[in-house]
Design a binder for this molecule. Structure first.
Ligand SMILES: NC(=O)c1ccc[n+]([C@@H]2O[C@H](COP(=O)([O-])OP(=O)(O)OC[C@H]3O[C@@H](n4cnc5c(N)ncnc54)[C@H](OP(=O)(O)O)[C@@H]3O)[C@@H](O)[C@H]2O)c1
Length: 252
């Protein structure tokens, strides 16, 4: 007898937008593998929250997406925990400026690996299971990539690559697997420091007000807006593949 249960892997799923995606998919009955790198406490807290709602419905896996071995490891952990994978949500990301003249191979490795390389190889390792289950992939891109933000060259290249990867994988993995993307606009402001880079003071109040004013809806979005779009593409869009939905208050 085949189980009707569905299983999703959300990378960078312990906090912020990733956690909203986990909660929302869990709420519609999907069991969740929460991937995290550093945010162990957040991952454990979220896992407990979800397991309190439904027993044994959430697991966690720690891995640094800069390590090539991590891709196969994450999928193996998913299979040993749940026995299957139906949905892959490539949400984990690094994001910071890279000034021409100061760009290092470390910046390149970090921004390209998290935003582009990991989604490709996770998809490849998940492919046999996704194909068997007629599963789906959603990549989280960025609404600004059609008009890249000045000073963010490597991040912009990586996210543009991810949008192209979405279309390429839709062709290569179809008709069994649908592959789509959600492109957020301003949802939650970035944290000022990251391991490899630092946002400039441009993320101050004046800049934030400017960004909001450039949107049609004149406000920030919410993580739940992204989570609902992911749910739509995974569960309610059987004739949609290779598509990117901008969830950005009209900013693009
Ligand atoms: N926030 C926005 O308004 C906005 C706007 C446009 C696009 N987006 C996109 O939406 C998605 C979610 O946004 P967000 O702001 O919630 O993301 P975020 O907080 O910047 O990053 C999400 C997670 O990515 C994980 N991560 C980073 N580097 C990693 C690595 N080397 N290995 C493994 N995991 C790594 C981190 O996990 P740990 O904390 O466990 O280390 C982090 O919590 C991202 O793809 C982002 O580019 C967001």
């Amino acid at each position: 007898m085949t189980s009707s249960k569905k299983f999703a892997l959300v990378t960078g799923g312990s906090r912020r937008i990733g956690a909203a995606i986990c909660r929302n998919l869990h709420n519609v009955g999907i069991d969740i593998m929460i991937h995290y790198r550093n945010s162990k406490e957040d991952a454990i807290t979220l896992q407990k929250e979800l397991n309190n709602i439904r027993e044994d419905s959430a697991c966690i896996v720690q891995a640094n997406l800069l390590e090539f071995e991590s891709y196969e490891y994450i999928i193996k952990e998913m299979i040993s925990s749940f026995g299957n994978i139906d949905f892959l949500i490539n949400n984990a990301s690094s994001f910071y400026p890279t000034k021409i003249g100061d760009i290092s191979s470390g910046h390149w490795e970090d921004l390209i690996s998290t935003n582009l390389k990991a989604p490709l190889f996770l998809s490849q390792f998940a492919y046999p299971y996704l194909k068997k289950n007629k599963g789906a992939i959603v990549n989280i891109t960025d609404a600004r990539i059609s008009d890249p933000k000045k000073g963010y060259t490597v991040y912009s290249i990586a996210k543009s690559g991810l949008e192209n990867l979405t279309k390429s994988l839709a062709k290569d993995l179809g008709p069994d697997i649908r592959v789509n993307a959600v492109a957020p606009g301003a949802i939650i402001w970035p944290e000022i420091d990251s391991q490899y880079g630092r946002h400039s003071q441009e993320f101050d109040k004046k800049y934030r007000d400017e960004v909001i004013n450039q949107s049609i809806l004149k406000r920030l979005g919410e993580p739940a807006d992204i989570a609902k779009a992911v749910e739509f593409l995974l569960l309610n869009a059987p004739f949609v593949t290779g598509e990117t939905i901008n969830i950005d208050g009209g900013i693009h």
